[in-house]
Design a protein around this ligand. Sequence first.
Ligand SMILES: Nc1ncnc2c1ncn2[C@@H]1O[C@H](COP(=O)(O)OP(=O)(O)OP(=O)(O)O)[C@@H](O)[C@H]1O
Ligand SMILES: [Mg+2]
Length: 393
Amino acid sequence: MTTPGNTLNTLNTTDTPNPEFINTPWRDPQQRPFIEIEGLSKRFGDFIAVDAVNLKIYRRELFTILGGSGCGKTTLLRMLAGFEKPSAGRIRIDGVDVTDLPPYLRPVNMMFQSYAVFPHMTVYQNIAYGLKKEKLPRAEIKERVGRMLELVQLTALSKRKPNQLSGGQRQRVALARALIKQPKVLLLDEPLAALDKKLREQTQFELMNIQDKLGITFVVVTHDQEEAMTLASRIAVMDAGDFVQIGTPSEVYEFPRNHFVASFFGSINLFDATVTSVDAGELCVLLDDSDTEICTRYEGELAVGSACKIGVRPEKLLISTERPAEQGNTITRGVVEDLAYKGNRSIYRVRAQNGRIIMVSAQNKQRSAHLPLEWDDEVYLSWPSDCSVVLTA
Ligand SMILES: Nc1ncnc2c1ncn2[C@@H]1O[C@H](COP(=O)(O)OP(=O)(O)OP(=O)(O)O)[C@@H](O)[C@H]1O
Ligand SMILES: [Mg+2]
């Protein structure tokens, strides 16, 4: 057997939150991670479902794991819960190596992808079930279930059976059942997938409030980017069993590490470019179909003369018939090929001089029954140069 994870923990770390990093413990070099995953892999025969991943999650985080179908999210969560034995690697939770512990000895509870509530039991009985099994005194069960019902706002419905509840209410019963045993970590596998869009958005906020009130560390798996952005303290973007990028919602959106992450979170326009200079964290490139040089933040390795792509989000682009100011802007030209009025904003598809289509999302700030631009209008497209993302893969 491997030694119980002593290598996972670095010395000189602490559990006491540093006020300076209260909402961003991952930036505190002294903070000890609450969940620590090192070199964790899972093979099913020849197939590698999870490929030697490393991850540190901090106390009270609402951490999301995001990725397409089959990328290994559930497998990773099942290893954390103890339902799946890792092929390699260690897991440590709250200072204890749990890799070889069975599920019931881990300070973890899991809400499964297809959550099950008992159909023949009332809401109350469903929530009380775990405590009854532990043979806790009646009065304590009543008190704890009562508090839980209040937390998930189901007190008035406690006598109903699941088939007399809406999808969102059933979801909250499942959540209450998972929370009642006061786990240190709650693992939630696609907790809101069964809900329609509106209910889902409402339940996202409820989930965040409940997590905040209880101070439990949540690890939420989802394949919905918007949901991950709304919920998460940080997001791990997963692809083919590996993490492609781990960061806050704004980091992964504004500073995607590669094209996969960039296009996973909304749309991004890509321009071909050639590197003209490289200097400590700053890279300058010349867009292939423009004479403007763009200098922007870049921490990777690219040599002068090499080709790369510049990514720009549609909402960063300004579309206008007049040539915009040069200062700090990248400017290119095109013709409006398509437009869609969406009320709060309009989406333009502009054909650039090199034939490529560029998407622009423009806020409709003025109140007008007339569109400011029409099909076939010749337009300038511009964006602040520092909104450019250098993408190599
Ligand atoms: N018991 C198993 N035996 C063989 N292959 C498995 C087993 N469990 C999962 N897999 C494979 O491992 C990969 C990852 O599965 P996993 O359930 O973790 O995906 P996921 O990211 O949760 O996907 P989804 O979003 O569809 O739920 C898939 O390709 C799946 O087919
Ligand atoms: Mg899954």
